[in-house]
Design a protein around this ligand. Structure first.
Ligand code: FPP
Length: 241
């Protein structure tokens, strides 16, 4: 499918699935149609990840700031998340996918929280692939939550301020055991990170495509992977002679 050696492929890909609204507008459809078609894309992109041996996919499905959208759009997305969990649970299990959900749960309905709990528990031992959904997620909020938890641990005497370093900080994030993303893809053409995985993307390679998420397909995905394979990831170092 792609002539790229496995060690040149990303292990963890994060995606900002942007452009659903514009895609719908272009077609004269309501915005929620863009989200509906966008949701169908998840299975397609995950299947390519399986074929390519990519092990972790983190998707930005709903940000903390998206709560400020019109109630109709918010309600549609929330009900779709629930429906996705009900509909896909069997398939996720069959494909050995471990589902995780990151973000602040307090604003979610109790029914959605229940479904998240059910599917994350029923897939927690799957080792084939991690699908990490960011719902009600904000990168700054995640960092604030980590700081709160660390402060509490200091107050309780579990750790001392001298123990705080990057490795310890990572343990207090929503993804303590997941390697940081190697590649961040943003569809919809905007050059910004929109409060997504702020700590985790310090050295992540970024790929932006003008293609709207509902139009994003295998060809676009492979184009991103080909470009990633050519990148020289130095992590602040220089190349050794
Ligand atoms: C950004 O497009 C997209 C969203 C805010 C929602 C993304 C959600 C999905 C694709 C569905 C995910 C589903 C599951 C089950 C995880 P936008 O609305 O900001 O588009 P615009 O920039 O063109 O207005």
């Amino acid at each position: 499918m792609l002539n790229i050696p496995q060690d040149k492929l990303p292990h963890h890909i994060a995606i900002i699935m942007d452009g659903n609204g514009r895609w719908a507008k272009k077609k004269g459809l309501p915005r929620i149609e863009g989200h509906r078609v966008g949701m169908e894309k998840i299975r397609e992109i995950m299947d390519i990840c399986f074929k390519m041996g990519i092990k972790i996919l983190t998707l930005y499905a709903f940000s903390q700031q998206n709560w400020n959208r019109p109630p109709r759009e918010v309600n549609f997305l929330m009900s779709r998340f629930g429906r996705y969990l009900d509909k896909e649970e069997k398939d996720l299990k069959k494909k050995k996918v471990q589902l995780r959900v990151i973000g602040r749960r307090d604003n979610l309905s109790s029914s959605l929280k229940e479904k998240i709990k059910r599917v994350t528990l029923s897939t927690q031992n799957n080792q084939g692939f991690i699908l990490n959904l960011a719902i009600s997620y904000g990168g700054q909020e995640e960092i604030v939550d980590a700081v709160r938890a660390i402060s509490l641990a200091v107050k309780k005497g579990v750790i001392s301020p001298q123990d705080i370093n990057k490795e310890l900080f990572k343990r207090y994030l929503y993804t303590p055991d997941i390697p940081y993303p190697d590649l961040l893809i943003r569809t919809g053409g905007e050059f910004r990170v929109s409060n997504f995985l702020l700590w985790q993307i310090a050295y992540t390679e970024i790929w932006v495509t003008p293609v709207y998420w509902p139009d994003f397909n295998e060809e676009h995905f492979l184009e991103a992977l080909r470009d990633y394979a050519k990148r020289d990831r130095r992590f602040g170092r220089i190349k050794e002679k």
